[in-house]
Design a protein around this ligand. Structure first.
Ligand code: ADP
Ligand code: MG
Ligand code: MG
Length: 435
């Protein structure tokens, strides 16, 4: 039964709802709706001018309505009279094909029609930086190998513990927090869930981390590579597929290599087959390609892949199988759209199952040291344009995410690339002036 948001407001002392949707560039857009008006909004949605956000709509399009999915409602733990609710975009009573949450729901339904339930966990790393964005926020955080730095994580205890307390309160089952591999970088982990729930939590997590950081006079960034020479922000995804009831993990088979079942292997085969194209989604910004393909960082490793390879419990590859019944895709970065991340995983994985795709040989080498010895695996795209062109070549993946979505995404992302190319950089001035 659908939760009635009016009743929810009365029961919980909610004064305002944030009706929120995520656009194609991952921007979260919301209207603040007083509880007195939520009954109509729950039925009809909140009205937006779609053109004003990144959805490839024109000013002439009719109103876009964001219809709240009441099951996603979360009371803001840091502002208890407000509740956030994820919404689905609708126009003239039809779902908007290119809206990321609509795309994901379609793929979740496709998996369900095959009796499959994709469950994932994400690891969205972030930096705590100065409010003007120019540097990390902790002047003492300068170690060459700062990962798990006990002293540094405790200097940010007030921020990290506040966020973790909120996740405990929300029932997300968080289980660890640490200082990550770059100065100023942190990671917080909570338990995996169904793909749509993970996407909603991932969106809300970004909102929460930014909000709590701001409350403490800091700023949080998920930018893929905010500082040259330091490890970037990854957003690894751990993936498993379950039966329709969510009771039995279809990826688990102890008798198979790495404990990954035959179905798990074909799902992985789909990810491997479509890797170069799916980078257009998992690594969606110009800056993303400064994280993958990066030179060595100060800490000694980028922790990001540059080649389409998989392996067992070894963090130097694009895919790691850390233990039985799941695998980790290490390609996505902090700029990834939470909904499109899940959608592209399901799309590529279902393609793999459908075509019985083989993931190919696994490499058990240190890719950072011996990557040059791998001659039969594609290199990941070198920049956003490369990735967009790979996505353009991949008709199967385009169709799986929807031709309407794919056309809109490619159009807007090519526009972003063209804007980037029109920048006049100090580097080209310095290297070309005297030619
Ligand atoms: P690591 O840093 O070793 O990659 P983390 O502990 O930081 O691992 O993150 C692991 C993520 O994988 C968590 O979100 C966890 O809940 C999730 N996870 C664990 N088991 C599964 C599974 N069977 N299916 C999907 N996700 C899983
Ligand atoms: Mg981790
Ligand atoms: Mg990881």
């Amino acid at each position: 039964m659908t939760l009635d948001l009016s009743t929810y407001a009365a029961d919980n002392g909610i004064k305002y709802f944030m009706i929120s949707y995520t656009d194609l560039f991952g921007g979260q857009r919301a209207k603040l709706v007083p509880a007195q008006a939520i009954a109509d909004m729950q039925k009809d949605g909140a009205g937006f001018a779609g053109f004003a956000t990144w959805l490839d709509l024109t000013p002439a399009h009719p109103d876009l309505f964001a219809v709240p999915d009441a099951s996603s409602v979360i009371r803001l733990p840091w502002k208890r009279d407000v509740a956030w609710v994820a919404a689905d975009c609708v126009m003239e009573d039809q779902p908007v094909d290119q809206a990321p949450r609509v795309v994901l729901k379609k793929l979740v339904a496709e998996a369900a029609a095959q009796g499959l339930r994709v469950k994932t966990g994400v690891e969205p790393e972030f930096f705590l930086i100065s409010p003007d964005g120019s540097k990390i926020s902790d002047d003492y955080d300068t170690a060459e190998k700062p990962c798990y730095d006990q002293q540094a994580v405790m200097r940010r205890y007030d921020v990290i513990a506040e966020i973790c307390d909120y996740m405990l309160e929300l029932g997300w089952k968080p289980y660890q927090n640490d200082h990550e591999d770059a100065n100023g970088q942190f990671e917080m982990n909570w338990e995996y869930d169904d793909a749509l729930q993970t996407a909603d939590k991932h969106s809300f997590f970004k909102f929460m981390v930014k909000s709590v950081a701001e409350k403490h006079g800091l700023r949080a960034t998920f930018m893929p590579k905010p500082f040259k020479g330091l490890t970037g922000n990854g957003c690894h995804a751990h993936i498993s597929v379950w039966d329709a009831e969510g009771k039995s993990n279809a990826f688990a088979d102890k008798a198979m290599p790495f404990g990954l079942s035959a179905q798990g292997r074909t799902f992985l085969g789909g990810i491997m087959k479509h890797a170069s194209a799916l980078a257009a989604i998992t690594n969606p910004t110009v800056n993303s390609y400064k994280r993958i393909n990066a030179p060595r960082t100060v800490s000694g490793a980028t922790w990001a892949p540059n080649t389409v390879t998989w392996t067992g419990n070894n963090r130097t590859h694009m895919v790691r199988v850390p233990g039985p019944g799941r695998f980790e895709l290490r390609l996505p970065d902090g700029a990834v759209n939470p909904y499109l991340l899940q959608a592209i995983i399901i799309a590529a994985g279902l393609s793999g199952i459908r075509t019985q795709a083989d993931p190919g040989r696994h490499y058990d080498i240190d890719m950072y040291k011996d990557g040059h010895t791998v001659t039969d695996a594609p290199k990941l795209p070198l920049n956003l344009l490369d990735a967009l062109r790979e996505y353009e070549k991949d008709a199967e993946l385009q169709a799986a995410l929807g031709t309407g979505f794919s056309a809109a995404y490619l159009k807007l992302k090519h526009g972003e690339w063209n804007t980037y190319c029109a920048q006049f950089t100090s580097w080209e001035h310095a290297t070309t002036l005297d030619i």
